[in-house]
Structures are given as structure tokens and as C-alpha cells.
Design a binder for this molecule. Sequence first.
Ligand code: NAP
Length: 313
Amino acid sequence: MARLIISADGPDNVAGWRTAFHHVAPDLETCSWYDPDLELRADDYALVWTLSSADLARMKGLRAIICTGAGVNHLLDDPAFPAHVPLVRMGGDQTAALMADYVLWAALGLLRDARTWALQQVAEVWRNNRVSRTCAETRVGIMGMGHLGAYVACHLHHVGFAVSGWRRSARDVPGIRVFAGDEALPDFLRDADILVNLLPSTTQTRGMINYDLLKQLPHGAGLINVGRGNHVVQADLIRALDEGVLGGAVLDVTVPEPLPAGDPLWRHERITVTPHVASEASREAQVRYVVDVIGQMERNERPALLCDPGRGY
Ligand code: NAP
């Protein structure tokens, strides 16, 4: 019988997780990673967020590691990560739907220049910054057309935005124009009035949103970063905004997190910062997803969001 060992969110949260699992799957045995008497078994699953290298090394004999985050670069980048143990990322309908709602909010905010309204309200200024442009007249380009990117693309397409996507492999997403590979990147960027980053953080993608890339967008384009903070060269972003190359940016992820007091991103008049909140499913939704993943693996089925350590995502 499968057993789930919980370390996600630290020792203070294990009891809450166990209660939630008990409600959804009363037959699933759960225990705490922090139990000093814990003896690991080869059929154990682990539910994790961040872990020390020593903890990761202890997991080398487990059945699978399930991460409460959709991004797993912090685990894969650790040399102690046991690459032979299956690693499954967080997913599920609510994770994708929350991300789609966030990106829609951010895209509409950039389209109507809502940042100016926010600044004017703080200063008690009543001035019309009319923007007579609709979503149908706005092209959104999504970098990363995986689990989240493809869902977000369809959501924005239904609302009326003209959406295209960019990914590594040439796989279609119905109704969306998809560009594939590095050679297609310039054509993809040329038509993106709003660029959405939903790439995973890998050796290929870190730092790729730099000044040279931003210059390839239409003048005054918007940027929404919901991938990872280290995709963006933050000094280049500020330069692009100050020069008008970019018209605005919405950043849910930064380097570092939390963003320290005094960081120039906080106060830039063209930047909206949110505290890495774009998509975190409810605990119940996460528990249901984890129970589904364990069920699939117990039936020897391949979970959809199984990571490939060689690929880095
Ligand atoms: P995913 O399913 O692994 O999709 C990744 C996409 O990126 C795929 O389309 C992949 O191309 C593409 N890609 C990877 N490397 C590439 C490269 N070098 N060139 C071009 N395309 C490349 O990941 P996901 O579940 O959609 O999540 C994406 C990221 O969102 C996560 O890694 C995480 O960092 C971030 N995230 C943020 C939040 C938040 O709250 N801000 C929440 C969840 C996730 P292929 O399709 O060809 O493989």
C-alpha cells in the first residue's frame, strides 16, 4: 500500500496536509518527513516544495517525488537531486485556470494602462488616459506552450486577443499559431504587443529576456512575467522601460523573492509587482491532484506532468 511522506511547507504545516489528505483519500497512509523515527520504504511517495541537499539525497530510494510547485528548477538544479526517482510537478485544472485568470488580468491592465490609474489614485489625480484599443486589436505572444501556456493561450483567444505561442517542439495547439525553436523566435517576437513568459527555468532559458530580446518586440510592447524571475535580466528590463522600448511590465516573479525594500522594481512607474501569487491552487485541489498522481503511478500509468531531468523541465 502506497505511503505519502510530507515535507512540503515545513514541519508546522504537515498536520494540515495530513488532515486534508485524510478527507480526500482516507485509505492513503501519510506521515511526516520530520518524524525522527521515520524509516523510508521503496514504495514511498514524497510531497515536497524546497529541500536541503541532504534531504534530497535521502530520497534516492523512493517511488516518486511530487512537488507542490509547477516549477521544479530549484530541485533539478541541486546536484544532490536523485535523477532516477520520478519527479512529478503540480498541475490540475485549478492551477491552469488561476494562471489564465492572472494573465488575463495583467494583459487587460497593460492594454488599458491600469498602472497609470493606480498611480493617479495614490496622487488623487483625475486625468483621462484614454486607450481606445480592444483586445481584438492586441496580439499576445506566449513563450512556453506547455501545460500552463497552452491553457492560457486558449483562454485569451476565447476572450478575443490575437494569440500566438512559442515552444521548443513543433506541436500544435488548436486555434493558436505556434512558432517552434530558436530560429522562429524573431518572427514570434515581431508580432507580440504583449509578451507572456511561461517558460520553465533551465540553462537555455535563464536570462533570455534581455535588452536584445525586448528590442525585437513592437515598440512600446508589454511584458508579463509569470515564469521565473531569473528569465529576465532586470537591469535590461528597466532600461527598456526607461527608453520606451517597453510600455509596461507586470512581474509576478523576481530575483530575489521576496523582493527587498528599496529594489528599483518596486517603485518603477511602468512596473506592477505581485508577490508570486499568479497560480497557487487551493490545498484541496492540490491534494486531489496528488491523490490522482499516486493512483496513476500505482497502476503503472505515466503522469502527464512527469519531469525529464535531462531536459531540465
Ligand atoms: P511545461 O508544461 O513544462 O511547459 C514548458 C513550455 O516551455 C513547453 O511548451 C516547452 O516546449 C517550452 N520550453 C522549454 N524550454 C524551451 C526552450 N529552450 N525554447 C522554447 N520553448 C521552451 O511547464 P508549465 O507547467 O506550463 O509551467 C511553466 C512555468 O510556469 C513553470 O516552470 C514555472 O516556472 C512557472 N509557474 C509560475 C507560477 C506562478 O505562480 N508564477 C505558477 C506555476 C508555474 P515544448 O512544449 O516543446 O516542450
